[in-house]
Design a protein around this ligand. Structure first.
Ligand code: PRP
Ligand code: ZN
Length: 298
């Protein structure tokens, strides 16, 4: 019998596409994908990747069409509220918070318009593709405003006279700038999330999900991690250990022929900046070496 294959949905084209494919590649997945193909076959894992509209990912996973999905928290939270409003249960499950796809759902006003806090929203028309998140934001602040739900091109709504302000995703801010809009409030901070089907997975599929998650954790830890090596006078060891950023227990190795000196090797789970190296040197360290970490498995 053929091994059951996992189906993972990712965004077809957008801010999450490249980082999602990059994450999967770092997890060891090799896929073959023809141009414009909607599905890519995993060559070395029983996992296939489906390329879909990000807004469809929660439903595809919730309805068990796909086992897994990589999607923005913005899309997930909007879907959560929409399901709740329709009296439907939320059944997809979040597995991991991912370290990419950072953006925020924000309110923005035309450049020249004054804005003095939530009171300035009263009675205004706000264009958005996120009506449920916006409705919740306004309700929590007891503001009555009109929500104009659009399916796209929200940023031109004020110029077209369809709205007074907008509630849209911002990452670099260049879309707002190009449309002479000014960001005034954050409605939701977002990042990519890995979600899974509510249904039990066949044993082999379940094992692969576990393996994939371990690899994702490893990939995420490695991004910021550095391996640092240095020589230190024994007398300065306490101070040097204190200066090593985010490292647990360094390896201390005696140095042949120098009884008062040791070598220190440590994995630092934060970036190591020049300032840190300079401080370590002042504390007596020498022969400092910082190396990138390729893979990590705990
Ligand atoms: C969002 C948003 C803006 C743009 C902002 O669309 O609607 O157009 O990104 O990004 P910037 O601040 O870097 O200019 P997105 O690409 O998420 O498309 P979608 O909502 O249709 O999925
Ligand atoms: Zn979308």
């Amino acid at each position: 019998m053929d091994e059951p294959r996992l189906k993972l949905a990712i965004q077809k084209s957008g801010r999450l596409t490249d980082p999602s494919l990059d994450l999967l590649a770092r997890c060891g997945l090799k896929i073959s994908r023809g141009k414009d193909q909607l599905m890519a076959f995993g060559e070395n894992m029983p996992l296939d990747v489906l390329f879909v509209r990000d807004d469809d990912i929660p439903d595809l996973v919730q309805e068990d069409v796909c086992d897994l999905g990589l999607v923005g928290l913005n899309v997930l939270e909007e879907k959560r509220l929409e399901l709740a409003a329709r009296g439907h249960p939320v059944r997809f499950q979040s597995l991991r918070t991912l370290d990419f796809g950072r953006c925020r759902l924000a309110l923005a006003v035309p450049q020249e318009h004054p804005y003095e806090g939530a009171a300035s929203l009263r009675g205004r028309r706000i264009a958005t593709t996120y009506p449920y998140l916006l409705e919740q934001y306004l309700r929590e602040r007891q503001v009555n405003a009109e929500i104009v739900t659009l399916s796209g091109a929200v940023e031109i709504a004020p110029r077209l006279g369809r709205a007074d302000l907008i509630c849209d995703l911002v990452s670099t801010g260049s879309t707002l700038q190009a449309n002479h809009l000014r960001e005034v409030e954050t409605v939701l901070e977002s990042h990519a999330v890995l979600i899974r089907t509510p249904l039990a997975l066949a044993p082999l599929k379940g094992e692969w999900v576990e393996r994939l998650m371990m690899r994702i954790d490893g990939v995420q830890q490695v991004r910021e991690s550095k391996y640092i090596m240095l020589h230190a006078p024994r007398a300065a060891l306490a101070e040097i250990r204190r200066l090593l950023p985010g490292s647990e227990s360094p390896t201390i190795i005696p140095l042949e022929g120098s009884p008062d000196k040791v070598a220190v090797h440590a994995v630092c789970r934060e970036n190591v900046f020049w300032e840190t190296l300079e401080r370590l040197k002042q504390a007596g360290a020498s022969a400092l070496l910082v190396l990138p970490v390729e893979k990590m498995l705990n």
